[in-house]
Design a protein around this ligand. Sequence first.
Ligand SMILES: Cc1ncc(COP(=O)(O)O)c(C=O)c1O
Length: 381
Amino acid sequence: MTKLIHSDAKAPEGFRSLATPVYRGSTVLFPRAEAATDEWNQHEIGYTYGLYGTPTTLELGARICELEKGFRTIITPGGQAAISLIHLALLQAGDHVLLPESIYGPNRVFSNRLLRRFGVEVGYYPPEAGGDISSLFKNNTKLLWCESPGSITMEVQDVPAIAEAAHRHGALLVMDNTWAAGIYFDAFAHGVDVTMQALTKYVGGHSDLLLGSVTVRDAKIYERLGETQYVAGYAASPDDCSLALRGMKTMAVRLKAVERSALELARWLSARPEVEVVLHPALPSCPGHEIWKRDFTGSTGLFSVIFQRQYNREQVLKFVNALELFKIGYSWGGVTSLAMTYELHSAKRPRYEHRLVRLYTGLESIDDLKADVEQALAQLK
Ligand SMILES: Cc1ncc(COP(=O)(O)O)c(C=O)c1O
């Protein structure tokens, strides 16, 4: 029976594949007792424990880092885990953190519920504020978030101006760079200190995994994040990382295709009488469009549509329910087109109320997508 565990059987060596092998493993073997250590920084001291990444995980991190041109990338079990890791690593009781009103919803919930419970002060700023946020800084402001374009309402932010204000006040600037897939916005060149992405979206690309990334500008910030990942125990699955590595190989062509479709659909929708405004960063009707033109090198598949005021909540829901190719779902970035309604009633957000529908264009034919939207619009009459 011992042979089942300590086998002498060997497969031939020398297999060279184009795919990164999936290295699974919790236990890491050490050659000698003296060499055993539980240090997390495997880049410095070699492999110690699967929790800190196997070669598959670390290769995905290295590739994301290469794309984002950072110092190093940590892979997390999801985009939300990347968000919480950043907060937990860079804040402590008594600190103040500022987020844009347009931040991804669960980031707001994490900040309001968990950070406040641990004694962190949480504040919000208008996403279009740019450098004017200086008045919101306090002596204890340590961290500032930006997300450009913002979730759902799509405001493009003046990141260089925000970075300049953050650094003048001794705070770090973090960016949720998921919309631009870490490609169409060079965050570090625009003054950002830490970026995160939900790799769940474009990198995975097929709606079948959950992963996140945190990329940092320098070694000092990396130490703080790595130490926190170690004690928080955020391990990512090597199988999911392998899928993400595969997804990366086709990401450029997928992004180009969803960019083309989204632009065509957004422009077509802009001319429809049912639509008040289309919030797509590459269209002049989107808040911050001029900044998008200045700072971004492309656009992706996600944008929002605001229906005219005459349409009530039931009609907007009817439109979404009438869509056939566009499925109703939250997590975009895959091959399937999606639609989702949102209610925006807060005085601090644009008053779109029930009239906002967020669309994601996948890889279906654009003619079929337009026809689908057209037949759903026809049902509004
Ligand atoms: C902008 C943005 N950031 C972060 C996340 C969180 O990613 P995940 O779903 O992988 O936790 C999402 C997911 O919807 C997102 O849209």
